[in-house]
Design a binder for this molecule. Structure first.
Ligand code: PLP
Length: 397
């Protein structure tokens, strides 16, 4: 028989990681590849946060902690949710996880089983589908339209709903499109779903990266009824340039969070004790580093957007949040280079890496073929050079 379980054999490899691996293989051959694939800030973790971690090590804060997180961190999350999002949670309604990724995984494990359907708006974050498949539930894509700014309308959600729908995953601002829903848009969708008994996952990891003076809306803040049916998933990864530290959290109804804690106790136990101390400083300490990063990303967004708009073969909905451009590449379909015809977004991504030495992720990875995703959380110099290369490669088509 098969060595590996059916479950793991059903997992698709991460397209983002595949793209990064191809870029690394080319680099080993001496080719200078610029990668716009990995979704993380190029900034270093702010020093005040690092110093607290160093102190924690020196003081021997290096042992197991309570599974959901140390009380001071749960309180810090509680304070943050109240101050920044206007939502109140009891400490027993919060759990700290190894990144938003583990938070999502455990929430799906706690709620889904075979026979359940989970609705995922697309384009959407790559890991939702794989994590949902691991529960035995069925992930179902609900495609949004580019002309709607990649936002679902309540009518589209109503059409997608069936009695088997257990969960709906809302990610605003969105990876990979940067689309951000208004309070009214969110409320309309959430009120419909709650009336049908659907639980909402609000993945708000990009809430701090919002441009042009906009503000992201916390789904759970919209009404007590919506809050009672919502699990917030958030993370320190992007906001504080802490992707490697692995700190995320979930907040929601106590029965769900208790189940997540129970599960986590057998999977990973507590997250890294040192990272927990650092996380308190991140959440409650000075926030100027966040604003500095945001201002810099705003500049890079303007620049990359203007460069993409200047390439006649490409087009892009201007992202309102996050740090991605989701670029329409359909105009180059049918064109050929080196005897190869570009027919899909996967071919287009291959073209950019082979002819431009620029790594991008095909939209198919996000459930939306015809596009490629570029990260603009990269240095201005790198963006300038990357755009020059793409422009040059396209001119030669
Ligand atoms: N959710 C979204 C939409 C993301 O883009 C990411 C990371 O790329 C995550 C969650 C998980 O990030 P982390 O596990 O580092 O918190």
């Amino acid at each position: 028989g098969e060595l590996l379980s059916t479950r793991v054999r059903g997992i698709s490899p991460s397209a983002t990681e595949q793209t990064s691996a191809l870029a690394n293989r080319m680099r080993r051959k001496g080719i200078d590849v610029l990668s716009f694939a990995q979704g993380e800030p190029d900034f270093d973790t702010p020093d005040n946060i690092k110093q607290v971690a160093i102190k924690a090590i020196r003081e021997g804060f290096t042992k197991y902690t309570d599974v959901p997180g140390i009380p001071a961190l749960l309180q810090a999350v509680q304070t943050k949710l109240k101050r920044a999002n206007g939502v109140e949670y009891d400490m027993s309604e919060i759990v700290v996880n190894n990144g938003g990724k583990q938070a999502l995984y455990e929430v799906f494990q706690a709620l889904c089983e075979p026979g359940d359907v989970v609705l995922i708006p697309t384009p959407g974050y790559v890991s939702y589908v794989e994590q949902i498949k691991l529960t035995g539930a069925e992930p179902v894509y609900v495609p949004s339209r580019e002309e709607d700014g990649f936002k679902l309308t309540v009518d589209q959600v109503k059409t997608a709903w069936t009695p088997a729908v257990k969960l709906f995953v809302m990610n605003s601002p969105c990876n990979p499109t940067g689309a951000m829903y208004t309070a009214d848009e969110l409320r309309a969708i959430a009120e419909f779903l709650v009336s049908k008994g659907v639980t909402l996952i609000a993945d708000e990891v990009y809430e701090n990266f919002v441009y042009d003076g906009g503000k992201s809306v916390c789904l759970a803040s919209l009404s007590p009824e919506i809050k009672a049916h919502t699990v917030i998933v958030n993370s320190l990864s992007k906001t504080y340039a802490m992707t490697g530290w692995r700190v995320g959290y979930a907040a929601g109804p106590k029965d769900i969070i208790s189940a997540v804690i129970n599960l986590q106790g057998h999977v990973s136990g507590n997250i890294n004790s040192i990272a927990q101390k650092a996380a308190i400083e991140a959440l409650l300490g000075p926030q100027d580093s966040v604003l500095k990063m945001l201002a810099e990303f705003a500049r890079r967004r303007e620049y990359m957007y203007s460069r993409i708009c200047a390439m006649p073969q490409l087009s892009c909905v201007k992202p309102e949040g996050a740090f991605y451009m989701f670029v329409n590449v359909k105009k180059i379909f049918g064109k050929s280079y080196d005897g190869v015809t570009i027919a899909t977004d996967i071919d287009a991504a291959k073209f950019f890496i082979e002819k431009g030495h620029v790594a991008v992720v095909p939209g198919a990875a996000f459930g939306c073929p015809g596009y490629v995703r570029l990260v603009f959380a990269k240095s201005m110099d790198m963006i300038r050079e990357g755009m020059d290369r793409m422009e040059k490669a396209l001119k030669a088509l």
